[in-house]
Design a protein around this ligand. Structure first.
Ligand SMILES: Nc1ncnc2c1ncn2[C@@H]1O[C@H](COP(=O)(O)OP(=O)(O)OP(=O)(O)O)[C@@H](O)[C@H]1O
Length: 255
C-alpha cells in the first residue's frame, strides 16, 4: 500500500527513502520523536522497519544534530548487544546516525497488547482454568524475555505490551496468543546492571499492564515468577520492586 499523497506531503521522506525500491515506503507511526516506516529499500523481498528522527527546527542545529546522532547510535548499540546475546529483538541491518535513521528487521506479527485484548474479547477466552493456562503461558514467555534482557545488562525504559510483538510467520496457526515474544522500541533503553533500574523497568510494565489489561492483571505475578528464575540477581530485583511500588503508592497518595 502506498503512502497517501497527503502524508508524503506532510512529512517529507528521509533521503534514503527517495531511492527507487520494489514498493513505496509505508508510514506506520508518527510519534513525538520520530517516524517509523515499513520499507523494501534495502531488500526487495524483505520488508524492513526504518526509524527516522527528523531534525527539529526549534532546536539549535548543532545541538539537534548531536542529539539525533547520539540517540540513533545508542538505540542501535543496545539492539546489537541484545541480538548478539540472543535476546529476541529486531536485527539491525543498517544505520546512518548523522542523518537520523536506523534500518532494522521488520517483525511480522501483532503487538502483545492487541493479542491479549483480542483474546479476552473473543470466544477463545473462557473464564477459568483454560484462560489461566493460555494467558499464563504468555505471561511466562514475557517474564523469560524480560529476564534475558536484564541479564544482558540492558533496561528497556518503556516496557509496555505495545512494545512487545508476537512474531508469526505467514500461515502459522498458533492461536491468538501464540508466537515468539520480541521486544521493540529501544528509544529509551540504556545499559544498566542496577537492581533499581531493573525494578523500575518491571514497575513500568506492571503499571502499563494494570491500565491496559485490568482483566489480566492477576496474571502479572506469573511474569514476575518466571523473571525471578531467569538470572541470578533477579530475586534481589524483585525485592527492590517492593520499594519502587511503595514509592509509587506514596507519590500517588500525595497526588
Ligand atoms: N521492527 C519492527 N517491526 C514491526 N513493527 C515495528 C517495528 N518497530 C516498530 N514497529 C511498529 O511501529 C510502532 C512504533 O515504533 P516505535 O515504538 O519504535 O517508534 P516510536 O514510538 O516513534 O519511537 P520512540 O518511542 O523511540 O520515539 C510500534 O508500536 C510497532 O507497531
Amino acid at each position: 500500500m502506498a503512502v497517501p499523497h497527503q502524508q508524503q506531503h506532510q512529512f517529507p521522506l528521509p533521503q534514503i527513502l527517495t531511492h527507487p525500491s520494489s514498493s513505496p515506503a509505508l508510514l506506520i507511526t508518527q510519534g513525538a520523536e520520530g517516524r517509523l516506516y515499513k520499507t523494501t529499500h534495502l531488500f526487495p523481498d524483505r520488508p524492513c522497519a526504518l526509524k527516522y528522527r527528523p531534525s527539529k527546527p526549534y532546536r539549535h542545529p548543532i545541538l539537534d544534530a548531536r542529539l539525533t546522532k547520539a540517540r540513533i547510535a545508542a538505540e542501535a548499540k543496545v539492539l546489537e548487544r541484545c541480538w548478539r546475546e540472543g535476546v529476541p529483538v529486531p536485527a539491525v541491518y543498517a544505520m546512518d546516525a548523522a542523518n537520523g535513521w536506523l534500518m532494522m528487521e521488520w517483525i511480522e506479527g501483532v503487538p502483545v497488547r492487541q493479542a491479549i485484548n483480542e483474546y479476552l474479547g473473543s470466544g477463545e477466552s473462557q473464564e477459568g482454568q483454560e484462560e489461566a493456562e493460555e494467558l499464563g503461558d504468555l505471561m511466562r514467555r514475557i517474564g523469560r524475555v524480560v529476564g534475558a534482557l536484564h541479564k544482558t545488562g540492558v533496561v528497556h525504559g518503556d516496557l509496555t505490551t505495545s512494545n512487545m510483538m508476537l512474531r508469526r510467520q505467514e500461515g502459522e496457526q498458533k492461536g491468538v496468543l501464540g508466537g515468539e515474544v520480541v521486544l521493540i522500541d529501544f528509544g529509551l533503553a540504556m545499559q544498566s546492571m542496577s537492581d533499581e533500574d531493573r525494578a523500575v523497568d518491571l514497575y513500568v510494565l506492571e503499571r502499563a499492564f494494570a491500565s491496559t489489561h485490568p482483566r489480566a492483571e492477576k496474571l502479572f505475578g506469573m511474569i514476575l515468577e518466571e523473571y525471578g528464575k531467569s538470572f541470578k540477581k533477579a530475586t534481589s530485583v524483585l525485592t527492590k520492586l517492593e520499594d519502587v511500588r511503595m514509592r509509587g503508592r506514596k507519590r500517588s497518595m500525595l497526588g
